[in-house]
Design a protein around this ligand. Structure first.
Ligand code: GLN
Length: 572
């Protein structure tokens, strides 16, 4: 974690920027999983499309310093920013919807806030005072919010994780209450996202849970300016009247956010339909510029209408049951499908099932195979079998991070004849460690925030598939790993047809590998999925889906003919 540049006191004492950055605070009530992240991202998109300079941030009330050490089952995907922060997956929505890069400042947890306060206390910065939740923790939270202010930002959106009423979110709510008190109502707005459930037995929408959630907020001293109601059914006049009266919100500021029919990318349009963004801008005392949603609408329409043909991609992973674990992967595939004018069908395959049954049983008939990133041994042999199936059957393949490492292990074992090849992550004593721990990782003991993280430059070999995809000889991609391709094997692999086509600028780290042959087979050590955007599909995903769409029916062209030849130069 990067130490903050200014002390809390400095930040709080800083004069407000002359152009006056405005703040929107988004809280959630009644239940979790209401889609606060998507709502925040949607509002950000709408404000941006009205030519305001927006930044978004999420404050998470849990005690982990960041989600980097949490299991995907607990937390879903860990999203990585350009500057190497391991963050909540909502930041992925923020970046995908707005195209604006997040940073270390975009995600603070209770753990991170407390760590800085405790570090300051140990340094003696509090000069003998008793260190308390109020004011020290709340000051630190306000400083985290204020760290987003800058001359080139008009509106900062801060999403408060968790649900109103949780004990652990209290300091955050108190901090935003104070923040608004200090900057005034035109500089800070409260938006409360709530649920208006439809009770089937009564055949009615019920507003009471929302009233109660707002009552809890009021106890803390927060009265929402805007209510956004998630609902299966449209709100009738009577519901709006009740919500306005009992939640103390102006009637025209009660909005509905109905379940969208097809895709999360419709949510901004659902909010724009009701001019939510226009009212926000007016409340903030800003000028309501025209909105440009043409390109976004075009993307949504193309996604809903579908393409010329269906392309089925298998994603073979370890946490397949939880869709959130591979969120950015699925989104990047969706962007690539729209870019290629095809309809995406995802076949989610549990890697362990491939071990228990067979690759053929689970993967037959797919047009492309993707093995995403991951950690730990469970499911590894299934992933390796999936790579082998792709390679031997000429099925386009994209491997990402651990997916690349599995491709390397498969190639070592089944093409180069190194039968016992493995990654040192799974077998420390393997005689053929084709994937091994990076030098810089060997002395690291702490697990949190210590991987090779964030953006690193990659030089691409001209003439490679990667070069064709990027149209460039250099790129910058986001990473999150400890292990790497073992350079000792580079020549032996190349002699057998697997080439390192992407390297770090010093040539030491293998960033991309490709296999010669007619089938598209590219695997990368970085995570391209974090950089894919609806209107700018990532080049590797785009070309992977294009290759999958081109796969001729019938017996596919295979790379395996080469693979079946005698291995060359395998001694290293
Ligand atoms: N576990 C592997 C490593 O640490 C791959 C990591 C990943 O897929 N993100 O290198």
């Amino acid at each position: 974690m990067r130490p903050s540049r200014e002390t809390v006191k400095d930040l709080l004492a800083m004069p407000l920027p002359p152009h006056e950055t405005r703040h929107l605070f988004i809280t959630g009530g009644v239940v979790s999983s209401l889609g606060k992240g998507i709502t925040s991202a949607s509002i950000a998109l709408l404000l941006k499309q009205r030519r305001y300079r927006v930044r978004i941030q999420k404050l998470d009330p849990y005690l982990n310093v960041d989600p980097g050490t949490m299991s995907p089952y607990q937390h879903g995907e860990v999203y990585v920013t350009e500057d190497g922060a391991e963050t909540d997956l909502d930041l992925g929505h923020y970046e995908r919807f707005t195209g604006i890069d997040c940073s270390q400042e975009s995600n603070y947890t209770t753990g991170r806030i407390y760590s800085s306060v405790i570090a300051r206390e140990r340094r003696g910065d509090y000069l003998g005072k008793t260190v308390q939740v109020i004011p020290h923790i709340t000051d630190e939270i306000k400083a985290a919010i204020r760290s987003m202010d800058s001359d080139d930002v008009d509106i900062v959106i801060t999403e408060i994780g968790g649900t109103v009423g949780d004990i652990e979110s209290l300091p955050f709510l108190e901090a935003i209450r104070q923040f608004r008190h200090e900057v005034g109502p035109q500089r800070a707005l409260f938006i409360h996202l709530t649920l208006v459930p439809f009770i089937r037995a009564a055949g009615e929408l019920k507003t009471k849970p929302s009233q109660q959630s707002v009552a809890v907020l009021r106890e803390i001293g927060i009265i929402p300016d805007i209510l956004i109601c998630r609902s299966e059914n449209p709100l009738a006049d009577e519901h709006r009247d009740k919500l306005a009266l009992f939640c103390n919100v102006e009637r025209h500021l009660v909005f509905e956010e109905l379940d969208v029919a097809h895709t999360i990318y419709e949510v901004p349009l659902e909010l724009a339909r009701q001019d939510v963004d226009k009212y926000i801008i007016e409340l903030l005392g800003l000028h309501v510029n025209d909105i440009d949603l043409e390109a976004w609408c075009d993307f949504v329409n193309r996604l809903i209408e579908g393409g010329d043909r269906e392309v089925e991609i298998a994603v073979v992973g370890k946490y397949i049951k939880l869709r959130d674990a591979y969120k950015s992967i699925y989104e990047a595939l969706t962007h690539a499908a729209v870019a290629n004018n095809v309809t995406l069908k995802v076949r989610s395959v549990e890697a362990q099932d491939v071990e228990d049954r067979s690759a053929e049983a689970l993967l037959a008939g797919v047009d492309g195979i993707l093995v995403p990133g991951g950690f730990g041994y469970r499911g590894i042999e299934g992933k390796i079998a999936a790579v082998r199936y792709a390679r031997e059957n000429g099925i386009p393949f994209l491997g990402i991070c651990l997916g690349m490492q599995c491709a390397v292990i498969d190639f070592a074992r089944n093409v180069c004849g190194l039968r016992n090849a493995n990654s040192a992550e799974f077998d420390e004593k393997t005689p053929e460690p084709v994937i091994h721990l990076m030098e810089a990782q060997k002395r690291i003991l702490n697990m949190g925030g210590t991987m090779r993280l964030g953006n690193w430059t990659c030089r691409i070999r001209p003439g490679s598939r990667a070069a064709a995809a990027y149209g460039l000889d250099e790129t910058h991609e986001r990473h999150r790993h400890r292990y790497e391709f073992n350079n000792k094997y580079r020549d032996a692999f190349a002699a057998n047809g697997m080439h390192a086509t992407g390297l770090s600028p010093d040539g030491h780290l293998v960033e991309i590998v490709e296999i010669d042959g007619p089938a598209w087979f590219v695997a990368c050590q970085f995570h391209p999925e974090f950089k894919s955007r609806p209107l700018a599909a990532h080049p590797l995903f785009r070309d992977f889906v294009a290759a999958s769409a081109e796969r001729p029916p019938g017996r596919p062209v295979s790379n395996a003919e080469q693979a079946l030849e005698q291995p060359k130069n395998v001694s290293v």
